[in-house]
Design a protein around this ligand. Sequence first.
Ligand code: ZN
Ligand code: ZN
Length: 178
Amino acid sequence: MAANVDTSISEITGGCLCGSIQYTIHFNDDHPWPPKSASCQCTMCRKWTASLFPQFLTLAAKQITPDLSTYSTYKEYRSSETCLRGFCAQCGSSLLWRAEEDPDKIDVFLGTVDEKWLVEQKADVATATAQVDSESIGKTLGTPMHAQYYYENVIKGVTDFVQGGKRYLTHPSKCEGF
Ligand SMILES: [Zn+2]
Ligand SMILES: [Zn+2]
């Protein structure tokens, strides 16, 4: 894959670990590339993803096909009064977060995007240096330019290294228990 295809990305794919849930995210004039990439270090996102630095893409619901609720292994956990977290009941992959009051928006967790988009070229084993081009798709997706939420939970020297995006101490949303 050429390194400078950024501007012509019309879709990326992803899915859960077992492969029973697979999705395509579409980009077009209404929802152009690149998507809004963000991170959240709240304890709920950390526990739910088992990651110290959970990252996701904030998308319009119609950008994702098919509707994940059509998969028999897709389940949702109500993590707070009005917020739901979608996952695969077969393999446990954490797929998305959504708020009931905002049905047109979905946060898709970035680690579920297929490897071919995130890693265009494997790192060199000898030097452990990734061959990252400044225009790589993985870097564009993985740089939380939109926002870094719950920075109050930052682990200095570990999760403060990711550059990009405004850092919010918590989350500027009314939905408690993000
Ligand atoms: Zn699965
Ligand atoms: Zn969170």
